[in-house]
Design a protein around this ligand. Structure first.
Ligand code: ATP
Length: 297
């Protein structure tokens, strides 16, 4: 039977600004999104003879030493995406989706959104749906603000609540050290404590776009900034420690991604990134640590 496999890549934010808090509570953002080489693997298979039982079954392949686990029920974004697509497209056949989770959970790397995005691509292929990328993005925003970006991937300027996307040139080749400290950060808490309408400092996102167009890694590194960092750092000093260590070991710059707690550093040489990996690991600052690269679709 036909089986489809898709990689769901994680993202980092090279820049993250919050323009304002709208009266309806949503935050208007201006972010530079970048796909990186850490990914979950989803497999899709049609399910035969579902009878009256649910049309969507999700299984998680648990890896050895995997501390975190996810519910495979209706709260999983994979379920929500599959349900929305099948309802919209009138699909009555069942689907079985298996998830191999490699992206740290609740880390600021859009792990749930990218899984949901992979469901769009996977089900389109499995059921031969006629949706194009724009259709998928329009539907995807109902699952989460980062889902449209995850459907397209690569390097993008993200505005509005995250759904207004403009592709920008990919950064030049570089190596990334990505480390997630063993703490849980609530995105809701971070945004609630941001006081978006009275911020006095904003990262130079327009300058970052220019640096990307020029292909200047130094220019990109100099403009890395995230307004959410101060809120999370205040609560969890390990984030500042990680950034300091990464920079002390040769990073051009280091930053927290999304609402955290994941921190990434940018390196010109793989060897330097690997040495920094060893230093961060030795100090016990993070449990999930990766050396990886930028990914373009
Ligand atoms: P973002 O960068 O978009 O803020 P995140 O990396 O901080 O995302 P996720 O890993 O997407 O956070 O997880 C956020 C919450 O979503 C978790 O509490 C988790 O229980 C829930 N969730 C539901 N489905 C998934 C999924 N497939 N993968 C990861 N988390 C999921």
């Amino acid at each position: 039977m036909k089986k489809i496999e898709r990689r769901a890549y994680a993202k980092i934010n090279l820049g993250l600004d919050v323009i304002r808090r709208r009266p309806d509570g949503y935050h208007e953002v201006k972010m530079i999104m970048q796909t990186v080489g850490i990914y979950d693997v989803l497999t899709f298979k049609k399910m035969e003879g579902t009878g009256n039982s649910s049309l969507i079954r999700i299984q998680m392949e648990k890896k050895e030493n995997q501390g975190e686990s996810l519910p495979c029920d209706k709260s999983n974004l994979i379920y929500k995406a599959a349900d929305l697509i099948m309802e919209t497209c009138g699909i009555t056949e069942g689907v079985e989706i298996t998830l191999q989770k490699n992206i740290p959970i609740a880390a600021g790397m859009a792990g749930g959104s990218t899984d949901a995005a992979a469901v769009f691509h996977g089900l389109k292929e499995l059921f031969g749906l006629s949706m194009n990328v724009e259709d998928m993005k329009r539907l995807g925003v109902q699952i989460g603000a980062d889902v449209p970006y995850c459907i397209m991937g690569g390097t993008a300027l993200s505005q509005g609540i995250g759904e207004v996307l403009t592709p920008v040139p990919a950064p030049p080749e570089a190596y990334l050290l990505i480390a997630k400290p063993d703490i849980s950060v609530s995105t809701k808490y971070v945004y609630e404590n941001l006081h978006a309408n009275t911020l006095t400092w904003h990262p130079d996102i327009d300058g970052m776009v220019e640096a990307l167009k020029l292909g200047s890694l130094q220019g990109i590194a100099e403009r890395m900034g995230n307004v959410l960092e101060k809120v999370t750092e205040k609560e969890y000093p390990v984030i500042s420690r990680l950034k300091e260590e990464m920079k002390a070991h040769g990073a051009l710059n280091a930053l927290m991604s999304g609402s955290g707690p994941t921190v990434f550093g940018i390196y010109r040489e793989k060897e330097t990134a690997e040495k920094a990996y060893a230093a961060v690991e030795k100090l016990g600052l993070a449990r999930d640590i990766f050396v990886t690269e930028f990914i373009s679709p």
